[in-house]
Design a protein around this ligand. Structure first.
Ligand code: ATP
Ligand code: MG
Length: 411
């Protein structure tokens, strides 16, 4: 086949998808079936802010396990509440911050400033000074903010209580000003709250929206809604959705994770496309279920937020583990591999202390396991391990490295 035919055969190939991107994890759907109660709760919590903007300072929390729709619920709520505010004639902005990516107080405050497009020159300012400038800006322009801090437990453990208080007590210091910044904290569990003082903790607990893992019935409704958006009619039968829902539903022994259910549906559709057939079959679903290792999916999401050198180090860990075929590798071996990979990419490697920091970050994010060696090793050394399938993980890491490298190269 000549090149033109090769390419044309791909472009002209029929697909079961009419809008494949509506199944991508970053897509925020119009509706969230089976989260009506929680959206209503959020609306109740923020009602005083809508009725009399500026008079109350509201901090809510969304809590739930992996893939139960925390991020999606917050974003949909933010989108809708913004519309209501503008109908009522006030300017409410929704800001969504992922604390995996923006880990420090400095990054969080500057990200708020960036997302609302405030022309505040942040260079050289401390977080406190930036916050003051931000408060002035929103006052001057009569703007209200709803700031969602996603993966909030990560922020607490990186920055500690003081930083948290700095955010949730902004108005203690400026009590006579209008309360223009409100928060939604998002977390997988509430244990990190116990680090706060009892008054703050009980305030947040009273303003908590809990998302339980999805049951099979709930997942079926979600899958069928998302199928209708993504696939041509008649290409995915209900019984396939039922099959996926049953294997993921919390009442059937699954995790109740909507992300992995949707990922399975996406992969099954792609398998059908790959074979060039016009209907998704149970075999495609089975194959997809085998591939979707929920841990890899969870980690895959987090990987998007790693910095280039953290990614290179992660790749080094994967390669060392593959080479040695052991459960653990020593940090020294990983570092050699890392230096080698940096050389391949033409990038200057970071020093040992920095590399050690990266190991801690990856450990903290639950991507790797790391421990100090006990007996049986000469001297003490850090041992590193990964529990998810290495090939899948490496593919994902490579993908993100390439994307980041293009950015670096282009700048
Ligand atoms: N009720 C729902 N209706 C439609 N889609 C949903 C629903 N709940 C979750 N989803 C979809 O499932 C996927 C996972 O949801 P989301 O990212 O919000 O989970 P999460 O709780 O934030 O997970 P994590 O703890 O990993 O951050 C997203 O693609 C989201 O759009
Ligand atoms: Mg999330």
């Amino acid at each position: 086949m000549n090149s033109n035919d090769v390419i044309a055969s791909v472009f002209k190939k029929i697909s079961v998808f009419k809008n494949i991107e509506t199944l991508y994890p970053e897509y925020i759907p119009e509706n969230l079936p089976r989260r009506e109660i929680q959206l209503r709760q959020l609306a109740e919590i923020f009602k005083p802010m809508m009725l009399s903007p500026g008079s109350v300072f509201i901090r809510a929390m969304i809590v739930g396990g992996v893939g139960v729709g925390k991020t999606a619920t917050a974003k949909v709520f933010g989108r809708e509440i913004r519309k209501f505010a503008s109908e009522k004639g006030f300017d409410l902005r929704y800001v969504h911050i992922n604390c995996h990516r923006d880990r420090t107080l400095y990054e969080v405050v500057s990200e708020i400033i960036r997302q609302i497009g405030a022309p505040i020159p942040i260079r050289g300012l401390s977080p406190r000074e930036m916050m003051l400038a931000l408060l002035n800006y929103v006052e001057k322009h009569d703007i209200y903010l709803l700031v969602a801090l996603d993966e909030f437990d990560y922020f607490i453990s990186t920055e500690g209580n003081d930083a948290v208080y700095f955010l949730i007590r902004v108005y203690d210091e400026y009590s006579d000003t209008k309360k223009r910044i409100n928060y939604i904290f998002i977390s997988r569990n509430i244990s990190s709250l116990s680090m706060l003082d009892p008054t703050t903790e009980s305030y947040i607990l009273r303003h908590m929206v809990k998302l339980d893992p999805y049951t099979s019935d709930e997942l079926f409704d979600i899958l069928s809604y998302r199928r209708d958006l993504a696939f041509y009619e008649g290409t995915v039968d209900d019984e396939l959705l039922k099959f996926i829902a049953d294997s993921k539903g919390v009442d059937k022994g699954g995790e109740g994770n909507a992300r992995s259910a949707l990922e399975t549906l996406l992969l099954a559709g792609q398998a059908a496309d790959h074979e060039g057939v016009q209907k998704v079959t149970i075999e495609h679903v089975r194959k997809a279920l085998g591939v979707v290792h929920s841990e890899v999916i969870r980690i895959s999401d987090d990987i998007n937020f790693l910095q280039l050198h953290e990614l290179l180090l992660l790749k080094a860990i994967i390669r060392s583990l593959k080479k040695k075929k052991t459960v653990f590798v020593k940090i020294g071996e990983v570092e050699d591999e890392y230096n080698y990979i940096c050389q391949l990419f033409g990038i200057k490697p970071r020093r040992h202390t920095q590399v050690y920091e990266y190991v801690n970050t990856l450990k903290h994010m639950g991507i790797i396991e790391a421990k100090v060696s006990g007996k049986g090793f000469r001297g003490r050394t850090t041992l590193i391990s990964i529990t998810v399938p290495l090939n899948e993980l490496e593919m994902k890491v490579d993908e993100v490295i390439n994307a980041k490298k293009e950015l670096v190269d282009a700048s």
